[in-house]
Structure formats: structure tokens, C-alpha cells
Design a binder for this molecule. Structure first.
Ligand code: 5GP
Ligand code: ZN
Length: 139
């Protein structure tokens, strides 16, 4: 897509520091470097988010994630790595070309702090079963 910043990086119209590239995907450094080595993996085909991406495209992209994750982690002796994918503005997506963040982790104060608030006390077992049924009905 002509006004998409990641499509421009793919086409070489704006600079990107690339790690891996083949005919279907590109991995390059995230300009923000939330932590050292923070990488984005994108399909070359422009799709906005997980709701649009084709199954074989995402399957191929994720087939390369373990190798990339191991390379990033071992290059800087990271202790772990978060995989993050934001879909939609409400979910924190700011670039609307599907991308997976690979964020190597060095400790609690390293610059990335995912927070999952525990609401388990708000749901009974029956609530969970009902939630599961509602999702399953949409599969
Ligand atoms: P999102 O918030 O959509 O999940 O992530 C978008 C990411 O793209 C952000 O982490 C941001 O730093 C990164 N980003 C935005 N513009 C550019 C750019 O021009 N070059 C690179 N390498 N990364 C970018
Ligand atoms: Zn794009």
C-alpha cells in the first residue's frame, strides 16, 4: 500500500535495518528499540492485522520466528523474549501493516513491562464455560 510505512521499508523507499528477508517476509529492527535487539517481523503482502492475514502467510511468518528469536536472544545474551502482536488501535496498533514484535528481555527494568491484570475473582466457573461457548459458536 503506497502510504504504508512498512511497505515503504520493504520497497527500500525508506531505510530499515534488516535482519532477515526472503520473498514472503522481512525482519528488521524496530526504530524504538524497546529493548536492545527489538525486531519486527512482517509479511511482504500488505495486510492490516490478524483479522485480515491469510493462514498460510501467518504460518510461514511464524515458521521463521523460532530461528529469529534464538538469534536475537543469543546475540545479546538475553534471558528471555516476548512475542507481541497488536491488532487495532484499541490494542495499541499504530502501524496498520501486520507485524510481530520480538522483544528480547534482560530483566524487570529493561524497558518492556507487559501487564496482565488478574480478574479471576470476577468470573465463576459457569461464567468461563459460557464465555467458551460464545467463542466456540463463532469458530
Ligand atoms: P505497533 O504499535 O503498531 O504494534 O508497533 C509499531 C512499531 O513500529 C512501533 O514499535 C514503532 O517503533 C515502529 N516503527 C514505526 N515507524 C517505524 C519506522 O519508520 N521504522 C522502524 N524500523 N520502525 C518503526
Ligand atoms: Zn504495508
Amino acid at each position: 500500500m503506497s502510504n504504508c510505512i512498512f511497505c515503504k521499508i520493504i520497497k527500500g523507499e525508506i531505510p530499515g535495518v534488516k535482519i532477515y528477508e526472503d520473498d514472503r517476509i522481512l525482519a528488521f529492527l524496530d526504530i524504538s528499540q524497546a529493548t536492545k535487539g527489538h525486531t519486527l517481523v512482517i509479511p511482504k503482502e500488505h495486510v492490516e492485522n490478524v483479522f485480515e492475514v491469510k493462514e498460510d502467510t501467518i504460518a510461514y511468518l511464524f515458521s521463521k520466528v523460532p530461528q529469529l528469536a534464538k538469534a536475537i536472544t543469543s546475540a545479546f545474551n538475553a534471558e528471555g523474549l516476548n512475542i507481541l502482536n497488536n491488532n487495532g488501535k484499541v490494542a495499541g496498533q499504530s502501524v496498520f501493516h501486520f507485524h510481530v514484535h520480538l522483544i528480547p528481555r534482560y530483566g524487570n527494568e529493561d524497558g518492556y513491562q507487559p501487564v496482565l491484570v488478574n480478574h479471576m475473582n470476577d468470573y465463576t466457573k459457569e461464567d468461563l464455560v459460557k464465555i467458551a461457548e460464545q467463542i466456540k459458536a463463532k469458530l
